[in-house]
Design a protein around this ligand. Sequence first.
Ligand code: BGC
Length: 846
Amino acid sequence: MILPTWLLLLSGTALADYYNPPISDGYGNWSAAYEKARHFVCQLTLTEKVNFTTGVGTGQTVGYSNSIIPRIGFRGLAGDDGPTGVRGADYTSALASGMNLAMTWDRQLIYEQNYINGAEHKAKGANSVAAPVVGPLGHAPAGGRNFEGFSPDPYLSGIAFGEAVRGTQDAGAIAEGKHYLLYEQEHFREIVEWNVWLAEEPNITDPYSSNVDDRTLHELYLWPWYDGVKNHMGAVMCSYNQANNTHACESDRLLNQLLKGELGFQGYVSSDDGSQFSGVASALGGMDVTGPGETSPNGISGLGESYWGPNLTLAVLNGSVPEWRLDDMVTRVMASYYYLGQDKDYPELNFASGNFDTYGYEYPEAELGWRKINLHLDVRDNHAETIRKVGSNSAVLLKNSKNTLPLKKPKQIAVIGEDAGPNKYGPNGCSDRACNEGTMAMGWGSGSTNFPYLVDPLSAIQQRALKDRTVVQYVLDNWAKDQIGDVSWQAEVCLTFVSAISGEGYLEVDNNFGDRNNLTAWKDGDAVVKQVAANCSETVVVIHAPGPILMEEWIDLPNVTAVIFAGLPGQESGNGLVDVLYGDVNPSGKLPWSVGRKREDYGTDVLYKANGPVPQLDFSEGLFIDYRYVDKNNIKPRFEFGFGLSYTTFDYHGLRINAVPAVPTASISPSQAMRTTNPSICPHTSLNPSDYTFPTRCTPTRGGDPKLWDVVYRVRTTVTNTGSVAGQEVAQLYLDLGNGTPPRQLRGFQKVMIQPGEHKEVEFELRRRDVSIWDVVKQQWVEVTKLGTDIKVFVGSSSRDVKLRGVIPATGKAPSMISSMVPSSSSRMSSVVPSSRFKVTPTPTH
Ligand code: BGC
């Protein structure tokens, strides 16, 4: 249809004016990449630019593979899932879940595993990795994809996300952080998936909307994205859901104003499969490429239709999308490409996701380009070592009575439960790992990969037990009551395995549509544990699950003497577990969420029944999810956030808190500020660098206002290993920032290895953001001490096991005035540490 010129002009002007145009020019060390990207874009015709932004569908790789530009010999970019390795490939590793990485609380291991992931993607020729995941954050414990991410705590997730981005990109691949934003459950995420594929009633007309206020957005769900952007994340995948009733992939607020404006994101935004719901609006809203390329209004990919492609050309020609926006889209993609140095010796794509044939079509849907598509390169190197280490270092020891663990050459062991053994169909026997057969080492969906092998617990235990001439008996059928009775009666120690699993919404397992229906162990797991415990005086329970499970039915039984939460550890599952069971590795994992006594303890849940044609998820609990809710409501969790035992014990003493003298922030030239900030949310673009004080509304660097990252306080303590074996402790720092914030928020952690009798100094750095809240009126972060608030400081080994307390006084208060702020267990108050500005007191452990 040809529209009259006046209408074209009117619509073009109106839309372009309405949307915010945060055109990035590259700053910091991105400027060279932007330079090259601009040069690249200048060579392209309109249709080439359009082709570039419009993916070609799920071809040889799962993700975005934009059109090759033959005229200038550019092959395009290929991306692949995902968080646990190169999806759909052969001779690649199957990594531990993101949740397991969070359970390690170990920055180095998080970095290392993501480095491996980047390296394997690169070796297979994929330019980008659809990972790491920080959405879902974990609004509800039953959320199907929580295990792909890290933790419902934004600080822990932020640190992990930042390290994961750094690791992936140091290896040379672009990290495509996902899913942005507020994608917190699987039910109702896609229209077709829900109405047709899953044929579930009632029908929906649009994906669900997560509704959240601006402060919660900043302090909780957006928080970790700052860390990703700060660490140069090259790409972001926008999500299926709506946010405050606007599709995430066309949300000017989420993409232009927040991600590209406030956070200063330099890379490109790609759609998820079927998450694009408009052509012009998504382009103006800030989406830069269509990941899978084709789509239809109802989010079905594979139809060969696109909101972009020819439609985008038309939109540019008729003025609905200004050409600068199209240029910006392409520039952003190429800037990431150049920033990662992918123009130099990047391997050719040499695998076809989900297809192990050596020859095939490059574009299978169109049956075009017959060629060698798989070189079957083995890219695993020695990565198994890191995966095993993540497994052992993430295991969380929840209970250990009667000195049951580590095992001491037991005479006879019983291994009980289906979760101890192999899947009878093989480790990759279920499509995208969507089943609960044998041991659970990975969740299902696009976050899965092919196992090159899977060391199940039983095999690893048998191998290790041989060394001690231990007799090993086992029963892998949860319903074989007689046999379970027999072997558990005879054994000295009974290793009992239970599991639960979840995954992505396009697949269903036992009526669980991605999200778990309940928080209990599957396959009658509670009954198995109870039966074993009735016979066996040392029952060790091992749990493989994608999040917390309820364990009230058996946790207090005296014969349940030890419990390990092992998560979803990937290919080295059994080996990592054996390391811990036998004490070769002293457990050091800590819970990245709380274990409640009942489902209601969490305060939040998945919306299972649509409350309208466009389901509405009102996050009315605001900042209070997981332990923040539990703490606020004085609920006694079964195991609190941050909890985890060791085979040794640790003592804390000497809390020292120091303010860090302000250092002038590197000056930002006015022209830089002008280029890189969004005129409509940042009117004073003639900013003088000397006026640039915190907080400001302009954010001319990656990761938001640069002053957010200044270290403003240092908190130090000394941790001593008071036991008889070496071990790692995760020292944790929590703050009470007042002003409606949760009673305790994690704001620091350090993992240290300490020899018996040795003590080590642990230091936490508090950045300005860590002591600030988001002021919705000013649209700024504000330090709470400047609001007259004293910050309460808690240091300990979990969110409830507080060993030391202190106070950071409100601005202007003399240190002497704050002693009355110290909690009144002050009979034990220590004297002020000489170099310290602030009073501290040790508190009894509880
Ligand atoms: C998932 C993404 C994934 C994509 C490609 C989508 O269904 O939400 O996480 O990257 O599929 O497999």
